[in-house]
Design a protein around this ligand. Structure first.
Ligand code: DUC
Ligand code: ZN
Ligand code: ZN
Length: 506
């Protein structure tokens, strides 16, 4: 509950004080007030002086606002398809679910420049966002100009991460292209994110399934078994080892990929992994066998089974995973530009991949992770806010509650009982895959740089409140061998680039 004091009241030491809450970071839990001035956290302590705006957080948790480091908003699509969420609706939905920074993707179209994609994406975001945002890049055409000029320049300007696809015909890169890109990441201090599925295996299986008349949405999962993710994950790890640069494997779905990542960690590799709620809460059964409703849960990699969900939970609890993101990829179900292209129920290969999840990411993980004792509150904060901010060069401005950090805060009612219904969500998608799920805990107030954007069940923010954030070169992308020299034995060292990197990152 927030209360505005009359203007001119007493000492104007703070713009806002959040009082009597339980504050948690990735490492601590403490009873203290949070003083905010000029959009930043300026004091943590007991009995802070009165402020212009007083927020009573008694019985509440005061957590860093979430950083959703993998979501797709208003991304240009192939002819006939359109994402349901743009920056306006997507970031509104994020705010209402306690997320204060999003990192969607500026995607290069083959034959076009990366810079053009970034310029276009800024036009789509300008004046629309309710929470702060940064951009990852998606490189689909690593030409010499991109590798030598555009990408290094964009990294220097604050676009310090890029996604590489091993699948999808219009985006996939071959191993040589991936190695060249990883070398650029190494030389210029960027983080490469890899979508690890084997495109040729998927195409072969899809053809076989179609030839047998198996075209219903459920066969999407059959066409992308775990072996296909396992092989690509292992290959991505090998390419990371050869080029001697850390990578992030995105949206890891289950045991097989996890085993590859454990194997790499066991060999001392610096390698990061992301998972998403769909691999904790959905199974392949949700894609159905008959009927078309399963199209709502078509995403890649597909959800697996209950046993795999448990393996993913274990990976969260024991530190295998670095971050949890939504991979929000919003296509409405009853939409000729969405899950029913052209208004038709189509064979699974034509169903746009992706499910919505920006607003439900944090509450789902809080309820089933923290409330059920699978994760500590500190782990929850680390996985959903602090680690993504670190991984993408936004920390300590984002992702924590500390003096000097942006006042990006989610105040939680940890006991609120919620039955998830699409009508209570704020995205522009016409369904949620989590319809009817009962959970405990929801963010009741969200502040972005000290400004309340969600409170008491009402949207308080406006389009344009969110600002673009340039990312620093992430420390976590630093090759291990710069200092330790253990992994990069295959790499022909480039002494100049290495020396410069070491200078930049003492
Ligand atoms: N898979 C992706 O790789 N991106 C968006 C959605 C999806 O399912
Ligand atoms: Zn992906
Ligand atoms: Zn994605």
């Amino acid at each position: 509950m927030t209360r505005n004091l009359p203007r001119g009241f007493d000492v104007q030491r703070f713009d806002t004080v959040i009082r009597h809450g339980t504050v948690a970071t990735a490492s601590d839990v403490m009873q203290c007030d949070v003083g905010i001035t000029g959009g930043r956290i300026v004091a943590l302590g007991q009995n802070l002086a009165p402020a212009q705006r007083e927020i009573d957080a008694r019985g509440r948790l005061v957590l860093p606002g979430g950083v959703d480091a993998h979501c797709h908003l208003d991304q240009p699509m192939p002819e006939g398809l359109k994402m349901a969420d743009d920056f306006r609706s997507g970031t509104r939905s994020a705010a209402c679910g306690g997320t204060t920074t999003v990192i969607p993707f500026a995607a290069q179209t083959r034959g076009e420049s990366l810079r053009a994609a970034v310029d276009d994406y800024h036009r789509r975001a300008d004046g629309q966002a309710m929470v702060d945002y940064a951009f990852h890049l998606i490189v689909t055409d690593p030409s010499e100009a991109v590798l030598r000029e555009e990408l290094p320049a964009l990294i220097a300007e604050g676009y310090t991460s890029f996604k590489i696809y091993m699948t999808y015909d219009d985006m996939r890169l071959d191993d040589g292209q991936i190695l060249r890109l990883l070398s650029v990441a190494r030389e210029h201090g960027a983080l490469a994110m890899i979508h690890a599925e084997n495109a040729d295996c998927i195409a072969w299986l899809t053809d076989k399934l179609e030839a047998q008349g198996h075209t219903a949405p459920g066969y999407h999962a059959t066409s992308r078994p775990m072996a296909i993710e396992r092989e690509a994950t292992h290959r991505a790890i090998t390419l990371s080892e050869l080029s001697d640069v850390p990578i992030l494997i995105v949206h890891v779905s289950g045991r097989d990929a996890i085993e590859q990542i454990r194997w790499a960690h066991g060999r001392g590799m610096r390698l990061y992994a992301e998972t998403c709620p769909q691999y904790l809460f959905l199974t392949a059964d949700d894609l159905g066998v008959d009927g078309y409703h399963g199209a709502k849960c078509v995403c890649s990699p597909p959800p697996r089974d209950r046993a795999n969900q448990r393996v993913v939970w274990d990976g969260l609890a024991d530190g295998l995973f670095t971050i949890v993101s939504s991979d929000h990829a919003p296509f409405s179900y009853d939409d000729p530009q969405g899950k029913k292209p052209g208004g038709q129920e189509v064979p699974f290969r034509y169903i746009p991949n992706g499910i919505p999840g920006l607003e439900t990411r944090l509450p789902l993980l809080f309820s089933e992770g923290v409330r059920r004792g699978r994760l500590t509150l500190n782990q929850f904060v680390a996985l959903t806010a602090t680690n993504p901010a670190k991984l993408y060069g936004l920390h300590p401005r984002k992702g924590t509650i500390a003096i000097g950090a942006d006042a990006d805060i989610a105040i939680w009612d940890p006991d609120r009982q919620v039955t998830i219904r699409n009508e209570m969500l704020h995205h522009a998608v016409d369904y949620t895959p989590y319809e009817g799920m009962q959970i405990t805990g929801w963010p009741v107030t969200t502040l972005v740089r000290g400004q309340v954007v969600w409170d008491g069940g009402e949207v308080q923010g406006r389009a344009g409140d969110g600002r673009f954030q340039a990312c620093g070169r992430p420390d976590m992308a630093r090759p291990k061998s710069v200092h330790e020299g253990t992994v990069g034995r295959y790499v022909l060292e480039q002494p100049d680039a290495l020396a410069q990197l070491a200078r930049e990152r003492p």
